[in-house]
Design a protein around this ligand. Structure first.
Ligand SMILES: NC(=O)c1ccc[n+]([C@@H]2O[C@H](COP(=O)([O-])OP(=O)(O)OC[C@H]3O[C@@H](n4cnc5c(N)ncnc54)[C@H](OP(=O)(O)O)[C@@H]3O)[C@@H](O)[C@H]2O)c1
Length: 192
């Protein structure tokens, strides 16, 4: 069930101990073992805008080539950003509460946003705005790093959609983000 006019999805890779990146932002551990297609291309084709946090943007800028092609990219930051080094991409900045960002995306006519970056995902999750999580676990423990998840204001109930295991040990689980539970544990209905 989609919560808003704009669907918000997460599609990310993590170590089995839940890290998106090493403390220094290195992503090398994601590529341990055999690389097999695990649905990213299909997912990427289904989104019409990418929304990333400023720290993810800074890492992406170090890649040889602009990672997102011609797909519109929104970088979230509370500070002024310089996009002059983005060659060939379509990038703009937004800032504000997650609900305000969704309002801006809706006003722009976007239908399906790919939300990325740890803190960024956590803020949208806490605001109850993420519709779908696709998490691919890479078979490695790295001990420390930048976590995918963090503190939540209340339990966030997930509906398991599917788990897929790939050659080489990737395990991908897909969830719909559903009703929230207050800390007492008594269920409350999902706000429509
Ligand atoms: N493994 C994977 O699949 C994967 C995927 C994505 C990212 N990563 C890695 O994760 C790391 C980055 O994650 P992270 O948790 O450190 O940070 P992040 O989410 O990429 O960026 C956090 C920053 O985004 C800005 N921000 C987020 N929400 C905002 C909002 N609503 N309004 C205004 N600004 C907002 C803030 O920037 P300001 O401080 O400028 O205000 C905040 O400090 C990088 O190493 C990246 O490579 C890995």
């Amino acid at each position: 069930m989609q919560k808003h006019a704009v669907k918000l999805s997460v599609f990310c890779g993590v170590s089995v101990d839940g890290f998106l990146a090493r403390p220094d932002h290195a992503l090398d551990f994601l590529h341990t073992g055999e690389q097999v297609p695990h649905g990213f291309e299909e997912f990427y084709g289904s989104v019409d805008v990418v929304v990333i946090g400023r720290k993810t943007f800074e890492v992406v800028l170090t890649f040889e080539k602009w990672f997102y092609g011609k797909k519109p990219v929104v970088v979230l930051s509370s500070r002024a950003l310089d996009f002059s080094s983005v060659k060939g991409g379509v990038v703009e900045q937004m800032s504000g509460a997650p609900a305000e960002i969704v309002g801006l995306l809706k006003a722009r006519g976007f239908k399906h946003a790919y939300i990325d970056g740890g803190v960024t995902i956590q803020r949208f999750l806490a605001a109850g705005l993420i519709d779908r999580l696709v998490i691919t676990r890479v078979p490695v423990l790295i001990g420390e790093g930048i976590p995918l998840f963090g503190a939540v204001p209340r339990d966030i109930r997930l509906r398991h959609v599917a788990t897929r295991a790939y050659e080489g040990g990737l395990v991908q689980s897909e969830y719909e983000v559903g009703a929230t539970l207050p800390m007492s544990g008594s269920p409350i209905p999902d706000a429509e």
